[in-house]
Design a protein around this ligand. Structure first.
Ligand code: APR
Length: 236
């Protein structure tokens, strides 16, 4: 019998760092060069949609080139070789979990390759540019497409599903997130209170210290594959 039956893996920008993508709050982080209030709030988009579209169109060019690293690939190995329900709840808007063939992925902060029509709700998938001239293929209205990115002040996506996953998991892994943005930063607490074993994979301790049973420090591209190999071996 496997040690765990329901595993939730929460990922943040740190899992994509070794794929060459900038995190948000490090020294050369994304938010250092583009303040959140200029590109990641509802007000910013209302104030200057063209500027916000440009930011995400540029980011898209970066993200589309990135390839999954051993941390993403280790999750696929776990999902294939460990007989448990394994869900990936990601704060990342890149598609590296998909490129690594992970399954059961929930992008709670949205996805860079999607845009949503504010007139009819239709979602398009594209790595191409979206801007104030883009016509919605569903309702044919122009200029109402918004990057399908959850801006600060907006509700996260898939929260009902994520809440039930957190309440029923027996292993919660947090990979490469600073644990400072809520509600994702509180997920470990929900998992812990509901009986899960909780492990943090990061370069350094984060502010969520007391809710983690274990801390595995180091680069996720090294630490996560090692942990997953051990988990699979112990289940043989
Ligand atoms: N391996 C493991 N952890 C790493 C690595 C690595 N190779 N590189 C960086 N990290 C860790 C950093 O120590 C940091 O704790 O990843 C974390 C990245 O933190 P942030 O830059 O704050 O990114 P994240 O936690 O994903 O931000 C959460 O904030 O602005 C919003 O929507 C945005 O989804 C984002 C959310």
């Amino acid at each position: 019998m496997p040690e765990y039956k329901n595993i939730v893996i929460l990922t943040g920008a740190g899992i994509s760092a070794e794929s060459g993508l900038a995190t948000f709050r490090s020294s050369n982080g994304l938010w250092n060069n583009h303040p959140v209030e200029d590109v990641a709030t509802v007000e910013a988009f209302q104030r200057n949609p063209a500027y916000v579209h440009d930011f995400y169109n540029e980011l898209k060019k970066e993200l589309v080139k990135a390839q999954p690293n051993p941390a993403h690939l280790a999750i696929t190995k776990l999902q294939k070789e460990y007989p448990a329900k394994i869900s990936v709840v990601t704060q990342n808007v890149d598609t590296l979990h998909e490129k690594a063939q992970n399954s059961n992925i929930y992008h709670i902060h949205g996805q860079i390759n999607q845009a949503v029509c504010q007139n009819c709700g239709h979602i398009i998938e594209t790595f191409g540019d979206v801007d104030t001239q883009t016509v919605c293929p569903n309702c044919q209205v122009m200029g109402m497409m918004k990057p399908n990115i959850v801006f600060f002040g907006e509700n996260l996506l898939y929260m009902d599903k994520v809440d039930s996953l957190l309440r029923t998991c027996d292993l919660f892994l947090s990979i490469g997130t600073s644990g400072v943005v809520f509600p994702a930063a509180a997920f470990v607490q929900i998992a812990k209170i509901n009986g899960a074993h909780t492990i943090e994979f990061n370069l350094e301790p984060t502010s969520n210290n007391y809710y983690f049973d274990q801390h595995i420090f180091g680069k996720a591209g090294t630490t996560l594959p090692a942990f997953i190999d051990e988990l699979i071996k112990n289940n043989k």
